[in-house]
Design a binder for this molecule. Structure first.
Ligand code: FES
Length: 213
């Protein structure tokens, strides 16, 4: 089993990601807390919020760690990116390998945070729907440099047909996946609680659905 270490390395002795007491609050005001073991390849184990917006407490996600929540019955990544990971996202060597570095393809809610190198409101906390844009497998988190190709900066690798993505889920040239992985509508309700499924002051985006779903 693999687990993700805070230094971006991979402990191959543990496959599952231990999520210690992730707070998940129903947007309708009915709250609950869930402690969950979420398998990176089995998002069905995550909390299912039945299509309603969800609130996730990120305060326990360590730098380099990835957790998986569930929204609209889809897995959603929340990745706590380190300064080193963020540095890779503007590296010219990486940018020239991307199909759509500025996420111009229309798969995103119309919010300013989905473009640019970070594709996030807070650069260190990245949120994306965890489905490959080829045939919707769940890509693996592969943070270790050179772990997929000789030039690999770290990112995500789809086990189904080999599509590769950077730490902002932007797809690399040579992948069968045509598009960057969508960033859902979300906003920060507080310093540590993110609401996924609504855009806050940037718009509600209630009916947003990418064409690939
Ligand atoms: S589903 Fe990911 S590469 Fe085909």
């Amino acid at each position: 089993m693999d687990s993700i270490k805070s230094d971006g390395g991979v402990d191959t002795t543990r496959r599952r990601l231990l999520i210690a007491s992730i707070g998940v609050l129903g947007a309708g005001g009915v709250g609950m807390f869930a402690s969950a073991l979420v398998d990176n390849m089995n998002p069905g184990l995550a909390v299912d919020a039945l299509g309603e917006p969800i609130d996730v407490d990120v305060s326990k996600i360590e730098p380099g760690q990835l957790i998986v929540a569930q929204w609209k019955k889809k897995p959603v990544w929340i990745l706590h990116r380190t300064a080193k990971m963020l540095e890779t996202l503007s590296d010219p060597g990486l940018l020239k390998r991307l199909k759509d570095p500025n996420s111009r393809a229309n798969q995103q809610p119309a919010a300013r945070y989905v473009n640019g190198n970070y594709r996030a409101i807070k650069p260190d906390l990245f949120v994306a729907v965890a489905l490959c844009t080829h045939m919707q497998c769940v890509p693996d988190y592969r943070p270790a440099p050179h772990s997929v190709t000789s030039w690999w900066y770290g990112g995500f690798h789809c086990p189904c047909h080999g599509s590769t993505y950077d730490f902002s889920a932007r797809v690399f040239e040579g992948s069968p996946a045509p598009l960057n992985i969508p960033v859902p509508p979300y906003y920060w309700r507080s310093a540590t609680v993110v609401r996924i499924g609504e855009g806050g002051s940037q718009g509600t985006f209630k009916n947003w659905t990418p064409a690939i779903w």
